[in-house]
Design a protein around this ligand. Structure first.
Ligand code: 5GP
Length: 227
């Protein structure tokens, strides 16, 4: 067995949020990212919408009745919840807290309302918005699905414009023109965020073994001498 390289730093887990207007190709990017980073956990939301064919309860969502959803909401078990289209969706807070504390990263596929709320509760969360290359291309992709009529497509496009106005609340955007390229950009964001010094809770290198923020007398002297 290959020996694991000693880690020089211990860090907090990262909450990654991925949002996109319908048709921007979020699911494809999400799956692409997961292939490269199988260690990133997925947050399983609760929803009052019906289970779709191919979906697995407990893996894709926890499917709840309105009453069950309200009970969890009242017990404060959601980090955020929102009404999206005609149904309710909520992100359970326990897995998020656990991930941050234990140093695991967790990925949330939530809408713009949820992203804004999560960023207010967990300011270190990283919010990424997936953009289509253009509105014309988004319309083309929605039409190519062949599942929606003109009126539904028009509504989705209007919703997309509204959601895209919310991009100012996000940290990054990824344009999904080409899937491979977009996954590369997304992976770059993951790598950069994993390398943030401010997320390190403990250094394991001499002479930085002290907790972050506790600069030794010797280091302080060195810094002032080099100015
Ligand atoms: P769908 O029903 O098609 O799976 O998801 C509809 C929308 O709800 C998507 O934009 C998805 O990102 C969003 N969504 C899924 N889970 C949650 C959640 O827990 N909270 C919020 N705010 N949105 C969610």
């Amino acid at each position: 067995m290959k020996a694991r390289a000693p880690q020089l730093a211990k860090r907090q887990g990262i909450i990654f949020i991925l949002s996109a207007p319908s048709g921007a190709g979020k699911t494809t990017l999400y799956n692409g990212l997961r292939k490269g980073y199988p260690d990133i956990q997925l947050s399983v939301s609760c929803t009052t919408r019906k289970q779709r064919r191919g979906e697995v309860a407990g893996r894709d969502y926890r499917f709840l009745s309105g009453r069950q959803f309200d009970a969890l909401k009242e017990r404060g078990e959601f980090a955020e919840w929102a009404q999206v289209h005609d149904y309710f969706y909520g992100t359970p807070c326990q897995p998020l807290d656990r991930a941050v504390k234990s140093g695991y990263d967790i990925l949330l596929d939530i809408d713009v309302q949820g992203a804004k709320k999560i960023k207010s509760v967990y300011p270190q969360a990283v919010a990424v918005f997936v953009l289509p290359p253009s509105m014309a291309e988004l319309e083309r992709r929605l039409s190519a699905r062949g599942t929606d009529d003109r009126q539904v497509i028009r509504r989705r496009l209007a919703n997309a414009r509204g959601e895209m106005q919310q991009i100012i609340h996000y940290d990054y955007f990824v344009v999904n023109r080409d899937v491979e390229q977009a996954v590369r950009v997304l992976s770059g964001i993951v790598e950069a965020e994993r390398s943030r010094v401010s997320r390190v809770t403990e250094w394991r290198i001499e002479p930085l073994r002290a907790q972050r923020g506790q600069v030794s007398h010797e280091q302080r002297n060195q810094t002032s001498r080099s100015r």
